[in-house]
Write a protein that binds this ligand. Structure first.
Ligand code: SF4
Length: 287
């Protein structure tokens, strides 16, 4: 018996997938990354294998996992032809999510023909690939380029690069078929971040959020943060979740939270929490 995991975006196709695969169980929980393998479910259900759609391997596991990566055959050239004038910089670093990685070589060739110097970092995963929690392919070429161009959908992945590097980040949005600059969104995010840090500075009771998802579990980091904050006179509690959601914190009289799980929670979902929520590097600034 096998268990199948697909991202929410593919939910409509899941029955078709199962019809092809044969006898598999369908995991109906949301899954946002390969950090969230259904290992416990597979063990409880006696499955010998996990079939995981939409993400590439980031974890070693004691149960076999078959990754089905799902690359899109997107052609970035028409958008680049029309909108390249929005990118004034000459030295460009290309980045993408797994789904659109095959577009990078096409874009590189086109940009070089237009006189740009193009770099794609090797990173820890595939060349040019970034995750919300791993931008190593961007960091590696940061000093060789003047701007990044992200090819993909959504803003979370390129926002991580904009926040953790000093370079401008452009997005070639594969759904809108346009290029935009992430500057305004970065500024908005930084404003929210510094407001949250300012509010959290007076916190007396702090909750450290820990997820038991296989690739998000950071208990040792949580313990270190707890120790450091206790030395500064704070009361600190470690809170355990599978999926972290704001409503699960209701009834706990805490002044702020530090999130040790997926960084997306404290970036994209910050406004959903009633108290300030910070990622660990931001938490360093409160005491
Ligand atoms: S921890 Fe978050 S950003 Fe990292 S792989 Fe998982 S879902 Fe993606």
């Amino acid at each position: 018996m096998k268990i199948l995991q697909v991202p929410d975006g593919l939910r409509r196709k899941v029955l078709e997938i199962v019809d092809e695969l044969g006898d598999v169980l369908i995991d109906c929980e949301s899954c946002f990354g390969a950090c969230d393998l259904a290992i416990q479910e597979a063990k409880i259900l006696g499955c010998e294998k996990i079939i995981h759609y939409g993400h590439s391997k980031i974890l070693e596991t004691d149960i076999p996992v078959e990754y089905v990566e799902l690359r899109e055959d997107y052609d970035p050239i028409p958008v680049l032809e029309r909108e390249l004038n929005k990118i004034k910089e000459k030295r460009i670093g290309l980045i993408s999510s797994l789904q659109f990685l095959d577009s990078l070589e096409k874009a590189k060739k086109f940009l070089e023909e237009k006189g740009k110097i193009v770099k794609i970092g090797k990173g820890k995963l595939y060349p040019g690939q970034i995750l919300g929690c791993d931008i190593s392919s961007a960091k590696e070429i940061e000093n060789e380029i003047e701007a990044f161009l992200y090819i993909g959908s959504g803003k979370f992945h390129p926002l991580g690069v904009a926040l953790k590097t000093e370079k401008p980040v452009y997005i070639l949005d594969v759904e809108k078929n346009e290029i935009s600059d992430l500057k305004g969104i970065k500024e908005k995010f930084l404003k929210q971040k510094y407001t949250a840090i300012g509010l959290a500075k007076n916190a007396k009771r702090i909750g450290i959020l820990v997820s038991i998802k296989s690739g998000q579990l950071n208990l040792e980091l949580a313990k270190k943060i707890k120790k450091r904050l206790e030395e500064k006179g704070k009361r600190v509690y470690i809170l355990i979740f599978n999926k972290i959601k704001p409503e699960k914190l209701e009834g706990l009289e805490l002044d702020c939270y530090i999130n040790t799980a997926c960084p997306r929670i404290a970036i994209e979902n910050r406004a959903e929490f009633k108290k300030p929520i910070l990622n660990p590097d931001e938490g360093e600034l409160i005491a």
